[in-house]
Design a protein around this ligand. Structure first.
Ligand code: C5P
Length: 235
């Protein structure tokens, strides 16, 4: 039997992007590859956890044939919300690595939106999606149940280092999660790549448990980065 720092614990990982349909053939999506989330699922399983991976739209295939990982596929933020709601209830750790669409088309057109050359371009109105991470934290506060460790991600663009860290610190406080993993993104950074650079920020209480200087910084492969995050989640 596997043994490691997460033996006997249930870990839910979300990975990949969501796809928000506009009509039967079109959607709003994002550039998440799913790689970081898949790496997190693998490292949590290697650490002995029973992992449930909720995967959205991804470039690569989720880890297959791993005895400790079950995989569920979703497409929209609404489907992800349902899946997380169902699975977080009896999870010890929730890792929200998925790139959830913040907005979706306000209306779904049941028939393909027509392109009439003489007509003006249509306007797409957006609605705000629920913040799944924030609402899971809130439910934990209200009910006293739910994952002991909730981890959020922040993809920030920005040229200097100070600004993304300050934004991530604000996001940590706003979402109320225990750990927040910041990665800098841009045209040639992070998305779909093997390498990444992360900073792990911690809430005050998580910082007391971690007992190490935060933010924890790591640059290198996504699998090793996932190992650093899982180590933080295991303490
Ligand atoms: O606000 P932002 O999208 O930058 O937050 C990123 C973090 O929040 C990620 O952990 C992501 O999975 C989560 N998120 C969410 N629901 C949303 C948007 C983001 O859970 N609607």
């Amino acid at each position: 039997a596997p043994s490691g720092p997460l033996t006997g614990r249930r870990v839910v990982v979300t990975a990949g992007g969501t796809r928000e349909p506009l009509d039967p053939v079109r959607y709003l999506g994002n550039r998440s590859s799913g790689k970081q989330g898949f790496a997190l699922a693998e490292q949590a399983a290697t650490a002995g956890a029973a992992v449930h991976l909720i995967a959205g739209i991804t470039e690569s295939q989720p880890p297959a044939g791993h005895p400790n990982i079950t995989v569920e596929r979703i497409e929209t933020a609404a489907e992800l919300q349902q899946a997380v709601h169902r699975r977080a209830a009896d999870a010890d750790v929730l890792i929200m690595a998925a790139a959830v669409a913040d907005f979706r088309p306000a209306e779904y057109a049941a028939a393909k939106i027509k392109n009439n050359n003489d007509d003006a371009a249509p306007t797409i109105t957006l609605s705000r999606n629920p913040d799944i991470l924030a609402e899971t934290v809130q439910r934990r506060t209200e009910t006293g149940t739910g994952p002991a460790v909730i981890i959020g991600f922040a993809a920030e663009t920005g040229d200097d280092r100070a600004e993304p860290l300050a934004l991530a610190q604000q996001k940590l406080a706003r979402k109320g999660c225990d750990l927040l993993v910041l990665n800098r993104v841009g045209e040639n950074l992070v998305f779909g790549r093997e390498d990444t650079e992360i900073h792990i920020l911690a809430s005050e209480s998580a910082q007391a448990v971690l007992g190490q200087d935060v933010p924890v910084h790591f640059a290198g492969g996504k699998l090793q980065a996932a190992g650093v995050v899982v180590d933080c989640a295991a303490t």
